[in-house]
Design a protein around this ligand. Sequence first.
Ligand SMILES: [Zn+2]
Ligand SMILES: [Zn+2]
Ligand SMILES: [Zn+2]
Length: 332
Amino acid sequence: MGELRRDPVTNRWVVIDPERPDREAALKVEAWPPPPLPGPCPLCPGNESMTPPEIIAFGEPTRQRNQAGWWVRVTPDLQPLCRIEGDFDRRPEGPFDVMNALGAHEIVIESPEHQSTWADFPEQQLERVLRMYRMRSLDLRLDERFRSLIIMKNHADAASILSHPHSHVLALPFVPFGIEEELRGCREFYARKERCAFCDIILHERVSRVRRVAETDHFVVLAPFASRFPFETWLLPIRHASDFGKLGDKELVDLAWLVKRMMQMLGKVLGNPSCTIVLHSAPFDEPHTHDYHWHFEIIPKTAPVAAFGLGERLFVNPIPPEKAAALMGQQI
Ligand SMILES: [Zn+2]
Ligand SMILES: [Zn+2]
Ligand SMILES: [Zn+2]
């Protein structure tokens, strides 16, 4: 018999049911061979002319723009979801709201090495990637048209057209639903208790240790109480902070160390580290200093979620987070 669990932030109910027939499949990630590229990789050094002109890069001091010699490089996406030029032209269509798909869609090319993954990046390289995320967050918020930032990465994803390690940075004129839902929950929680909901969760999980996966000086990784997906994890700063952009240098080094260990651990536990990593940080334009707490959500690509999941947003998870945390904690 399963258990219904409610997430204290979003108030979403999740079915945790270890008797589900898909529980075996949820214990591993299928390794798919990457599809052959139709031509040269546009993200590899030497092929800089195959991407739109770069926005910024870290690299050798003598390097020229749009030439090899970079360590981390940011360009507009090859097939952007939204465009940076123009205005919104907000308009009604009867009861419907429409505006132009305006926003920034950039890719962070995380390494010159085509085959590399976060599990085998040197720590210094991961630090550069995280520093670039911070820099893009601080820069994109200067554009007053944008309200929020999403950083999303498909780690070691054979399904991606581009297998070269990269992540997406999106600055949007609205707050995406996943963050909006959390903001609403956090605001209500704070209004009642004058405490941050995530801080309460962190405190409880660090003391009980049942769902705690790992901890460093500045960060904690835990399997959330109402995990939607098998082996879902959250990585949060221990000290309350709503804005990823304000991450300090010491914390950044600590975070790089932890993220690398996380990716190595997922490879050991699930056989393959393929996962989606999303950054949730407070929107630029509304003060959420006290009630929101930034974090990464990490969702391994195990067996598909039960059929109810996508249509009804009713999540059924056959792996209790306590079990996931125990398996993961042993390997980190
Ligand atoms: Zn490449
Ligand atoms: Zn907090
Ligand atoms: Zn979140």
